[in-house]
Design a protein around this ligand. Structure first.
Ligand SMILES: C[S@@+](CC[C@H](N)C(=O)[O-])C[C@H]1O[C@@H](n2cnc3c(N)ncnc32)[C@H](O)[C@@H]1O
Length: 325
């Protein structure tokens, strides 16, 4: 392949050591094999890896970064354990500055991020009988300026930060979860939604209004009802995207052959759905176990691995500056 057929990327990545996983082609249904050349999973810190990617190369990003002070993924350099919500937002905004740089001019970002409540400064969440996964979870300390029991408003704090840094904030989608976990709290409604923001790099961007219809064939609305994936189906990762959520986003803002990125790949849902839709993909994940999980899911789904080699992009002094552990 020459540069013309790889969208300006060198056929062989020279900008990084060989990726963990490279997919050359994947047969979709009975049709012709779709060229997924240059799809890759890369182990490393999102900011460090993104900084090494070429500008103007990605069509769309679908991602869910770690939520603030909610969960310890058990690895140094992870995002989410910053002492204050303000440094968490700054840290993520730095990552999304790089996402902005690597996006093509008509590119977009779908950003899912959850909110949380202040805890009255208890460190670890007490084990929750109804939801054992939460035993490993953290309780956010109370940020300066807020009170115990306040809803922190993390999604909007991050959305405003990205707006300030030049992104166009185009939509707030409410992802409603019909199968949301019960909560034991008795002085507010049970939370059953999360935000999914659509950002663009420029005023005009690739968006197919006909790609996904709402109920009764009407234009898609901003409240999306999509059940979460049970954890046993998600190979043990804590916070996987439902395939349908990613599928929708990708159909709307990308076309077959486009390059899709998830800088917080987790168990690999974005890569898997992108590949199924004939999009090329690039996934970045810090935790080697989750990277392996993605690899496994892709293999199970019938993707061919071009070459297996170990690559891990070390954190730079700049990215280490943000690490809290
Ligand atoms: C909310 S999960 C993403 C889940 C994903 N959407 C899925 O479907 O599985 C966030 C992921 O970000 C990873 N992560 C945390 N800090 C990171 C960093 N600095 N760079 C890259 N990945 C990081 C965590 O290990 C975790 O797997």
């Amino acid at each position: 392949m020459d540069e013309a057929t790889t969208g300006g990327w060198p056929a062989r990545p020279t900008w990084l050591r060989p990726p963990e996983f490279e997919v050359q082609a994947h047969r979709l249904g009975a049709g012709a094999p779709v060229d997924l050349g240059r799809s890759a999973l890369i182990g490393g810190d999102a900011l460090a890896v993104l900084s090494a990617l070429p500008a103007n190369s990605i069509q769309t990003v679908v991602t869910s970064p770690p939520y603030w002070s909610l969960r310890d993924y058990g690895i140094g350099g992870q995002i989410g354990l910053e002492e204050s919500v303000y440094s968490f937002v700054d840290h993520l905004a730095d990552v999304f500055d790089q996402v902005f740089r690597v996006l093509i001019r008509d590119g977009t970002l779908w950003l899912n991020i959850g909110d949380s409540y202040t805890s009255g400064n208890r460190g670890w969440r007490a084990p929750d009988r109804k939801n054992p996964a939460r035993a490993m979870s953290l309780r956010p300390p109370t940020p300066e300026g807020l009170k115990d029991k306040d809803l922190i408003g993390v999604p909007w704090r991050l959305a405003f930060a990205l707006q300030d840094r030049g992104w166009y904030l185009r939509s707030e989608v409410i992802w409603r979860k019909p199968n949301a976990q019960p909560e034991s709290v008795k002085d507010r409604p049970t939370r059953d939604h999360e935000q999914l923001f659509l950002f663009s790099k420029a005023e005009k961007y690739k968006y197919d209004v006909h790609a996904v219809k709402g109920p009764n064939g009407r234009r898609l609305r901003t409240v999306w009802d999509i059940s979460t994936r049970p954890r046993r189906e998600a190979s043990g990762h804590f916070a996987t995207f439902p395939d349908d959520l990613v599928d929708r986003c990708l159909r709307i803002t990308s076309e077959p052959g486009d390059l899709v990125l998830d800088p917080f790949l987790g168990s690999g849902t974005t890569a898997l759905v992108a590949g199924r839709l004939g999009r090329r993909f690039l996934g970045i994940e810090l935790h080697p176990d989750y990277l392996e999980m993605s690899r496994h899911r892709l293999r199970e789904a019938g993707f061919k691995e071009a070459e297996a080699s170990s690559a891990h992009v070390p954190a730079t002094p700049e990215t280490r500056r943000h690490a809290t552990i």
